[in-house]
Design a binder for this molecule. Structure first.
Ligand code: SAH
Ligand code: SF4
Ligand code: F3S
Length: 370
């Protein structure tokens, strides 16, 4: 029986992908292990959203591969997820110890071919998005690391093309799973003792299949055994008063909203291709605060986007001061391949990015303390 070690980086989508992958491999007789040393197959499910995350992956994987080689151990190494899709066959050049490179939409192909890859001992590249993603999610769905809570992917990909972001290029266009598959998955998890569910998608509220997002949310909230229901990530363009009303009405929907605003200056928002003005964002938040009593609000912010001036940054600071998020994830802009913004000059100096990052972090900490 082969032993498989999976390590996950990046967002909750990746975390859930890794669980489903683990489930599907386990179903085929693999044993999952917690340490790479005892594994025959070492898989890293990776994130490409910022360069820093990528550098870490290559450095950790490289170190492990070197150690294994020094000990004369013959392990199979796989780079999976968003970095795999970004690097494609170039990953084999960059990291010659790799045996497998597999993008996020091809994980089922990996599951179905792993034994053959090991037997053949050749390099395997899966990046054409041809695997049956719906079948994949059903196959390993029963697997959840947490006993109480599970993520459930309802849609994948992104059509928004925010100018700084690599996600649409590595995850592909938006695709929603049929509601029947999602509901079966949730029922399966409930049978296993799960009572808290988080619906996942890069733009969870642009879900659209046989049901709309609001209809799906209602249907899941109606499932017996769902004690707590939440969803991430919402995009301001698809958030609505109707959504907030439903959150307020349904007892088992968590009063939690993650609504990234990214920047406070309309000039920067436009360059980011976010498709809303900050005034609209503020109206949404005021409606949320008003309708969802005791609601928890979190956000994402980027500092140091190309051409960001002190005034632009001040506008971001002012939004944080005005709206008082319960949590804010603050990132320094990192130019990413394929993205439109990477063609602009990354002209905010590192020290300025760091200073702005620190100012927002400290401000957010002071709010959280209060
Ligand atoms: N689909 C989600 C999450 C995308 S990635 C959404 O649209 O909200 C999570 C966060 O990483 C983004 O909200 C953004 O704040 C940040 N991010 C994305 N690309 C980045 C980049 N190139 N540099 C710095 N931060 C980035
Ligand atoms: Fe990236 Fe924007 Fe899509 Fe979010 S909405 S994944 S930030 S392109
Ligand atoms: Fe990262 Fe891919 Fe998620 S780039 S943030 S792991 S969609």
């Amino acid at each position: 029986m082969k032993k498989v070690y999976i390590r996950t980086f990046g967002c909750q989508m990746n975390k859930r992908d890794s669980e489903v992958l683990a489930g599907a491999l386990e179903r085929r007789g693999a044993e999952l292990v917690d340490d790479w040393e005892s594994a025959d197959v070492v898989l890293f499910n990776t994130c490409a959203v910022r360069k820093h995350a990528e550098d870490r992956v290559f450095s950790i994987l490289g170190l492990i591969a070197k150690k294994a080689q020094a000990r004369g151990e013959d392990k199979v190494f796989g780079l999976l997820g968003c970095m795999a899709q970004e690097w494609r066959d170039k990953a084999f050049k960059k990291a010659p110890y790799l045996d497998i490179v597999c993008g996020p939409n091809d994980l089922y192909a990996l599951v179905e071919n792993l034994d053959e890859i090991i037997a053949r001992g050749k390099k395997a590249l899966f990046v054409d998005g041809k695997a049956r993603v719906d079948e994949f999610y059903s196959d390993g769905a029963y697997f959840s690391e947490d006993r109480e809570h599970s993520f459930v992917i309802i849609m994948e990909g992104c059509n928004n093309f925010c100018s700084y972001c690599i996600v649409p290029y590595v995850r592909g266009r938006e695709r929603s799973r049929p509601s029947g598959d999602i509901i079966s998955e949730i029922k399966l998890l409930i049978d296993k003792g799960i009572s808290k569910i988080t619906l996942l998608g890069q733009n969870v509220n642009s879900y659209s299949s046989d049901l709309s997002f609001l209809e799906l949310l209602k249907a899941v909230s109606d499932i017996k055994g769902v004690k707590e229901l939440s969803f991430v990530t919402a995009h301001p363009k698809d958030a609505s008063v109707e959504l907030f009303r439903l959150m307020a009405e349904r007892e088992n929907i968590k009063k939690y909203l993650h609504l990234p605003f990214q920047a406070g200056s309309n000039r920067i928002l436009k360059l980011m291709n976010r498709n809303y003005a900050i005034e609209h964002y503020k109206e949404l938040v005021m409606a949320y605060r008003d309708i969802v009593k005791g609601g928890y609000l979190s956000t994402d912010v980027i500092v140091g986007f190309p051409t960001e001036t002190d005034e632009d940054f001040q506008a971001t600071f002012d939004v944080m001061k005005e709206l008082k998020f319960e949590t804010a994830y603050i990132f320094k802009y990192s130019p990413r391949p394929f993205s439109k913004a990477s063609k602009m000059k990354d002209n905010v100096p590192k020290e300025v990015k760091e200073r702005r990052h620190k100012i927002l972090l400290e401000f957010q900490r002071s709010i959280a303390e209060r």
